[in-house]
Design a protein around this ligand. Structure first.
Ligand code: CA
Length: 473
């Protein structure tokens, strides 16, 4: 090969290797100070149950504002199909299987292993290093042991509850604290926590969470902040106040009507948050993410995943593809849709990039802003992987193709043409290639480090006196 040929190859390699990086510079010049970060997380919200994904019976005008002000991810995924592991992924920017958070944790306030391993850093911890003020509001579900609570995991403030769910009406909060908890689901009835103290709260839960979010923003308008607003709506129990039920007199099915009312309460809360940002002139430099922690458990809470197959608890897209949008008016275009697959793990990497601070661990997500802030033809993730350890199930997404291994066999779908995963393709070669990529990825994962919700009885046998605990530490 002559010198010209070698030079040509060198130049080509340079372009292949740097394609994404060139685009990553596009937006940086426009950002002159650290953006505030807000994550609004819904709980068990169906893919189809927001206006921006086509809901016709449930109105979400405020959540839709995020879509209108920014970008909707039509192929936005979470890293797991139920609450706890999905939140562990979101909060660390790492696939939770890397550190064995592969089950929904049990409520076990004496057990420091039931939650996010202390070796992992949360987004709040990293952002605090970057000078951010941090607050978690709502559902925690990442451990109830003192060492696992939000104030010990990077958050300056906390308002909410530690368990995987909660009653919504204050009159149902009849347990003073965890010393009165006797079973796995009793924490749904405890009084709320404000930092480390139990408080008397009188508002409907969703409204109280929204109020605290507004208050936090107002108190921190002079400095960069990170707000993790984790609504438990519309997770069961299905409970809504008359104010919100009245908006859906047209929905005859009472379950669906109550669910719609709960989504509406959350939507009002998102409206209050967005209005506060605008009022304080913070909206242009605040990145607001909205997503659900997993797909809707359709029959259970009357959610609707639209055309997606199945729902919460499965690795079909109904379990892991969620309503997902982001706004950041300074940088992101308005009212666009982005169709390439992205994942909740990307939120961490995106946030710390603009906060100008580095994590201690290797992330599985990437900064997605360069892909949506310009006509970037790059692919954020060539592969996405999911593992459901106890079921020996997994899924792989590679471009338009998806392998879903559920029950005993793997099936290959063209998820773009066949969004409902109905027609399994006869392409043994591609199937085998994607399966191999999964097994290779899985070599770097850990086995589960704690027993989960479905092993409640087994855990109780090994841990008598599991709940007998005083509240103060
Ligand atoms: Ca959930």
């Amino acid at each position: 090969m002559n010198i010209k040929g070698i030079l040509l190859i060198f130049v080509l390699l340079l372009f292949i290797g740097c394609g994404n990086k060139l685009h990553q510079r596009d937006d940086v010049a426009k950002v002159d100070k650290k953006p505030n970060i807000i994550i609004v997380l819904a709980d068990d919200l169906g893919y189809n149950d927001v206006g921006f994904n086509g809901s016709t019976d449930i109105k979400t005008p405020n959540i839709d504002k995020i879509a209108n002000n920014g970008v909707v991810f039509t192929n936005g995924y979470v890293s797991y199909a139920v609450c706890g592991p999905s939140r562990a992924g979101l909060m660390t920017g790492r696939c939770q299987d890397r550190f064995g958070f592969s089950r929904n944790p049990l409520f076990a306030p004496k057990d420091s292993t039931q939650g996010l391993p202390l070796s992992e850093e949360t987004l709040a911890t990293v952002l605090k290093r970057g000078g951010y003020r941090t607050m978690a509001i709502g559902k925690w579900h990442l451990g109830a042991h003192p060492s696992q609570r939000p104030l010990n995991r990077g958050f300056d403030e906390f308002f909410g509850f530690l368990s995987g769910g909660h009653h919504y009406f204050p009159e149902k909060w009849d347990l003073n604290d965890i010393s009165e908890v006797k079973s796995q689901y009793d924490p749904y009835r405890t009084k709320l926590l404000k930092n480390n103290d139990r408080i008397e709260e009188t508002e409907y839960l969703t409204d109280a969470l929204s109020r605290e979010a507004v208050s936090f923003i107002e108190s921190n308008k002079e400095q960069p902040f990170f707000l993790y607003l984790a609504y438990n709506a519309p997770h069961t129990p299905l409970q809504a106040t008359q104010k919100y039920l009245d908006r859906y007199e047209n929905i005859e099915d009472t379950k669906r009507r109550t669910y719609a009312a709960m989504v509406s309460a959350m939507d009002d809360g998102v409206g209050r948050v967005l209005n506060t940002l605008e009022k304080l002139n913070l909206d242009r430099n605040t990145i607001v993410f909205f997503l659900s922690d997993n797909g809707g458990p359709e029959p259970h809470n009357a959610s609707d995943n639209g055309l997606l197959r199945e729902g919460k608890g499965t690795l079909y897209d109904g379990g892991i593809r969620v309503p997902f949008a982001v706004q950041w008016p300074t940088v992101i275009p308005k009212g666009e849709k982005y169709d390439r697959p992205i994942i909740s793990l990307d939120i961490f990497a995106t946030a710390i990039h603009y906060a100008g601070v580095n994590p201690k661990k290797t992330l599985d997500g990437i900064n997605i802003i360069p892909y949506i802030s310009s006509n970037n033809e790059g692919i954020p993730h060539e592969f996405l992987f999911w593992r459901m350890f106890d079921k020996k199930a997994f899924a792989v997404r590679n471009g338009n193709m998806k392998v879903t291994k559920w029950d005993i066999k793997s099936e290959l779908f063209n998820i773009t043409n066949d969004i409902g995963e109905e027609n399994s393709l006869e392409d043994a070669f591609t199937l085998q290639q994607l399966e191999s990529s999964y097994y290779n990825w899985n070599t770097k994962n850990s086995n589960p480090v704690f027993l989960g919700l479905s092993q409640n009885d087994e855990y109780n046998k090994a841990h008598s006196n599991r709940f007998a605990e005083v509240e103060k530490y």
